[in-house]
Design a binder for this molecule. Structure first.
Ligand code: ADP
Length: 487
């Protein structure tokens, strides 16, 4: 496939060639038609004069020669030059007295003939219709003639009215020759100008291509230069820049994710390694010390596997893998069992997990994922509340959705932390204040995962409000996936 530049050039030249050809041909045909018509009219007039003159001599003369002599001199008095071929005396050729408009040479002063006798004889022999004019060569150039037969006094005459035609004839021939030269020149000019125009129009594309080629993963922050944002190429460059912007931020997010992930993994790995090294290096450690080291190692590994699991889940969600395996389930049962599983944790802190009677909600969703999301919220509520506090979990229908709320009476979330809560690896002030041990400290992934789960179900997770007396988180799930039966 040739380049757009060549195709544009070819199209431009082709279209121009067709237009020029059509113009030249139509002008040529027009000029030809007009000149032929003019000559035709002159010939018709001449024929009328000759015919009436011939008719007026009928039955007037005794003998052929007398008739011809009288006829010729009469025609000459009508301003016509008359000549006769030597070998066909009954053929009379009448021509206007002046056959050459430029040098005004009276044709009767010029020794006849005004036409080439042989050419005339050949054409006369081939003539089919009296009314068809034809061209005959002549000593003063091409003549246009109209020939017809007439009988006078039992004599058959061939009468020929001739008009100079060489001016028009030459004009038409010159026009034809000029067209033959003009066409290739026009073609060449259109090819050159077409190529130059296409080149000029497509130059920005070449520049954009070169710029785009230079952009890779390392300099994805660079952008194409936009010369004119209002034209089509400017729009293309803007659209391309927008794509680059999205790729850039996705790559940036990816980079941050990888950096944060490795940072988070480093803490438990360092902890496990340190515990193991201490236990191994002290040769006379007691059973109790070994046990403590093993417990610390177990806690570190738990934290490690929790983070790895979370990362795995987030990576799969990012890769667009189908994480949700929706099944018919009971939302109320899910809430109940989540509370049940976290009760030991709450009891250890003396925190009361409260819930009102829950409506029975049959829902189509991924029970495992929803439980994980809710557990993250309840876990946070327990983690960030003080001893003896209470945490309330509710499940309610709300218009076209089901809303699960987790209300705690913890320290609340600082306004500066609120916009970033759901970002991966984000930990707020409350986290730092309440991290009792390294192992219990979260990695800042809990809310990000819970929000992903809610969104995978077509719903939302938001912080409804938060003050220094507590926070309310809300999971809103669309009701069109469920049938609610309130008992
Ligand atoms: P983490 O594992 O650190 O708990 P999350 O993504 O679950 O990560 O939470 C992000 C941050 O939001 C936490 O570090 C904490 O500062 C804040 N946060 C979450 N839930 C609560 C809550 N119920 N009360 C106070 N702060 C909270």
């Amino acid at each position: 496939m040739p380049s757009i530049r060549l195709r544009l050039t070819a199209w431009n030249a082709g279209v121009l060639l067709v237009i020029v050809c059509a113009l030249l041909l139509s002008s040529y045909l027009f000029v030809r038609y007009v000149s032929l018509e003019q000559v035709r009219r002159a010939l018709d007039q001449e024929k009328a004069v000759v015919a009436s003159t011939v008719a007026s001599h009928a039955n007037q003369h005794a003998g052929r020669d007398a008739l011809l002599t009288a006829l010729i001199s009469d025609l000459q008095t009508h301003g016509l030059a008359v000549s006769r071929p030597p070998d066909a005396p009954t053929t009379i050729v009448a021509t206007p007295a002046f056959i050459d408009e430029d040098d005004r040479v009276p044709s009767r002063d010029v020794a006849a003939p005004t036409v080439d006798w042989r050419d005339l004889a050949t054409k006369l022999a081939a003539q089919k219709d009296d009314d068809d004019p034809f061209n005959v060569r002549g000593p003063h150039g091409t003549m246009r003639v109209l020939a017809w037969r007439a009988d006078v006094d039992s004599m058959s005459l061939t009468l020929v009215a001739a008009q100079p035609f060489h001016g028009t004839h030459e004009l038409l021939e010159t026009a034809r020759d000029a067209a033959l030269v003009a066409l290739p020149v026009a073609l060449l000019i259109s090819l050159l100008t077409g190529y130059a125009l296409a080149r000029r129009a497509l130059d920005p594309v070449a520049a954009m291509t070169a710029e785009a080629r230079r952009i890779g993963a390392r300099n994805v922050h660079e952008r194409l230069s936009v010369r004119n944002p209002d034209d089509e190429l400017g729009q293309l460059a803007l659209a391309f820049n927008e794509v680059l912007g999205r790729v850039d931020s996705a790559l940036e997010q990816q980079r941050r994710f990888t950096a944060d992930a490795s940072h988070e993994l480093r803490t438990p790995v360092a902890l496990i390694r340190a515990e193991a090294e201490v236990a191994l290096s002290s040769g006379d450690a007691t059973d109790g010390e070994y046990r403590a080291a093993l417990e610390a190692t177990r806690d570190g590994s738990r934290q490690l596997s929790r983070i790895v699991e979370d990362l795995f889940l987030l990576a799969r969600a990012d890769a667009g893998q189908t994480l949700v395996v929706p099944q018919q389930m009971r939302l109320d049962d899910m809430v109940r069992s989540t509370i049940q599983s976290l009760r030991p944790l709450a009891d250890a802190k003396g925190i009361a997990l409260e819930t009102r009677p829950l409506p029975v909600v049959v829902y189509r969703g991924d029970e495992g994922l929803l439980r994980r999301a809710l557990a993250n919220l309840v876990d946070n509520a327990i983690k960030y509340s003080s001893r003896g506090a209470r945490v309330e979990i509710k499940l309610e229908p709300a218009g076209d959705a089901y809303v699960i709320t987790v209300t705690d009476s913890g320290p609340g979330i600082a306004p500066k932390d609120q916009p970033h809560l759901f970002e991966r690896f984000y930990r707020g002030d409350s986290s730092r204040a309440h991290a009792e041990t390294a192992a219990s400290a979260g990695a800042g992934l809990g809310l990000a995962i819970a929000r992903d789960v809610a969104e995978l179900h077509g719903g939302t997770l938001s912080l409804r409000h938060s003050t220094d007396t507590g926070s309310v988180f809300e999971i809103r799930l669309p009701a069109d996936q469920a049938n609610i039966i309130i008992s």
